[in-house]
Design a protein around this ligand. Structure first.
Ligand code: KIV
Ligand code: ZN
Length: 528
């Protein structure tokens, strides 16, 4: 392990967590987020103690620009970062989006590997160096905190990597991020690159080295930790490992690995690990990307013990088979069952236990939903309450379309049909439609009342708990002109959840289309 002699001991031990869920994470096909959702995620990341939040790529679209600006506006403690290619236009746009940030950071990058130089940039080594010098200087003129990345660093010739990093530092970058863009590196190599740069680049000791690993070979977390052991003091990661292709290093894995194995990796992050579960659920419900059951740290089975030997051991002493406590990642210690006699106070306590701080208004709203659920379902588990919260998060009070009534006829006799009333802008509209099965019938009724060209990209149902009275959680993803939105809803009635998830997606689509198109389309729908 190399030591950075110019830093104090405490700085030495501190690993900054750079979250890129809203930038690299959002680049996963289908994982798009609305402005409201980005604000929610941004404020949770800030509350969690993440050091830097990469909120988007401002030049990419108006939506991205606005998201970076609004996240920058609400974030109190973390630095907020905007991504920019090696182009003045990108850099200026990022600076404009970050104008209101308390701690702005511009992150600019360019491909440096032979493949990227030849096929992406059509530039030689000298030209790339000139571009780095000019763009990092431009970024520094607009922002004191500049991060620079050589894209595809792990496939860049080591001698050339030294040159480009040296150039970026001389031009004013204070964080040098080393991306394993295609998830090609192995841990020893990841460590060697950082150690080599720390040793060979003249100004290396005065900057922070960062690691950014993709998970194509399933080694993103291992590669990131190897880089930390070699001297990197910033890790770029995403909640649930969301990201391009196989994703990025998972934030929850990095944080918990550094915490649980502090004996081997004596470094601290500022992340409050008790918020990890909540962040995982929020990102999953916003994107519709379910967390696999056996996902490390935040998977449903991560703390479940099935075999008799394990259960027996855990009952006698949890440490026999548990290397961390469920409470440390924000799972409540006990999955206390609640029911229709549980009061508002018990619900507030339970929510707090699950990591949700709610104000009086939100508590009132969730309590009404909780009582309605308790009327239909005898025992309410933690997962039910989380689903209720997800539902409350995604279905905002200002939605223009609401499911008012749904009755479905289904079974062995055809046709299956759905009788639906939607409230659109405060006015009820009714339609009966047939379909190939009850879900199809309900969706056809929705399409008849709100005509649209959006294509259904995902319809996903899962049971929140066990038992035939379990709530169904439904995700619906729609795509229209490149805009992708994901709707979510939970209900003990799968058909009601399906219709509400579809309508939730439509409401988001209307917001994404922008105000003028929204009025025309919806007016057309109503008169149709
Ligand atoms: O993977 C990558 O190279 C990136 C860069 C933009 C840092 O995401
Ligand atoms: Zn990346």
């Amino acid at each position: 392990m190399s030591d950075q002699t110019t830093s104090s001991a405490t700085e030495q031990d501190r690993v900054k967590i750079f979250d890129t869920t809203m930038r690299d994470g959002e680049q996963s096909p289908g994982a798009s987020m609305t402005l409201d959702e980005k604000i929610q995620i941004g404020s949770l990341l800030d509350e969690m103690g993440v050091d830097i939040i990469e909120a988007g790529f401002p030049i990419a679209s108006e939506g991205d620009f606005e998201a970076v600006r609004e996240v920058a506006r609400i974030v109190e403690n973390a630095s907020v970062c905007g991504l920019a290619r090696a182009a003045f236009g990108d850099i200026e746009r990022a600076a404009a989006a970050l104008e209101v940030a308390k701690k702005p950071r511009i992150h600019t990058f360019i491909g440096t590997s032979p493949l990227h130089r030849k096929y992406q940039l059509d530039m030689n080594e000298e030209q790339v160096l000139e571009k780095i010098d000019a763009t990092v200087r431009r970024a520094r003129a607009l922002c004191d905190d500049v991060q620079w990345s050589p894209m595809d660093a792990t496939r860049t010739e080591p001698e050339y990597l030294v040159k480009v990093v040296d150039c970026a530092i001389k031009a004013g970058a204070s964080t040098i991020n080393i991306p394993d863009t295609v998830g090609y590196a192995v841990p020893g190599e990841s460590a060697e690159i950082i150690a080599m740069l720390l040793e060979q680049v003249e100004g290396a000791r005065g900057v922070t080295f960062s690691t950014h690993c993709h998970n194509d070979l399933g080694m993103a977390t291992a590669n990131s930790l190897a880089a930390v052991l070699a001297g990197a003091r910033q890790v770029e990661c995403t909640i649930n490992g969301l990201g391009e292709r196989a994703g990025n290093a998972a934030l929850e894995e990095i944080v918990m690995a550094l915490k649980v194995r502090n004996d081997r990796m004596p470094y601290q992050t500022g992340v409050i690990s008790q918020h990890l579960m909540r962040a995982s659920r929020l990102v999953s419900s916003v994107t519709g990307f379910a967390v696999q059951y056996n996902k490390a740290i935040v998977g449903q089975n991560a703390f479940a013990h099935e075999s008799g030997i394990h259960q027996d051991g855990v009952l006698k002493n949890a440490e026999t088979f548990e290397i961390m406590k469920p409470e440390d990642v924000g799972l409540s210690a006990t999955n206390l069952v609640m029911g229709k006699h549980s009061g508002r106070h018990a619900l507030k306590d339970k929510l707090k236990n699950l990591g949700f701080e709610v104000g009086d208004n939100q508590l009132n709203d969730v309590f009404v939903r909780f009582k309605a659920l308790a009327d239909r379902k005898k025992e309410i588990y933690d997962e039910d309450i989380v689903a209720l919260m997800d539902d409350a998060t995604t279905s905002a009070g200002h939605d223009r379309i609401k499911v008012k009534f749904l009755r479905v006829i289904c079974g062995t006799e055809e046709p299956q049909s759905a009788d639906l009333i939607l409230e659109i802008d405060g006015v009820d509209h009714q339609k009966t439609a047939n379909g190939d099965g009850p879900v199809d019938a309900a969706f056809n009724a929705i399409k008849a009342l709100v005509p649209h060209a959006a294509r259904l990209k995902l319809y996903q149902v899962s049971a929140v708990t066990q038992g035939t009275d379990a709530q169904a959680e439904v995700f619906v993803r729609l795509e229209e002109d490149g805009r992708i939105v994901t709707g979510q809803a939970a209900n003990t009635d799968t058909l009601v959840a399906s219709a509400r998830a579809y309508v939730n997606a439509l409401n988001k689509l209307l917001v994404r289309r922008g105000k003028s198109a929204l009025t025309t389309d919806l007016d057309g729908a109503i008169s149709a």
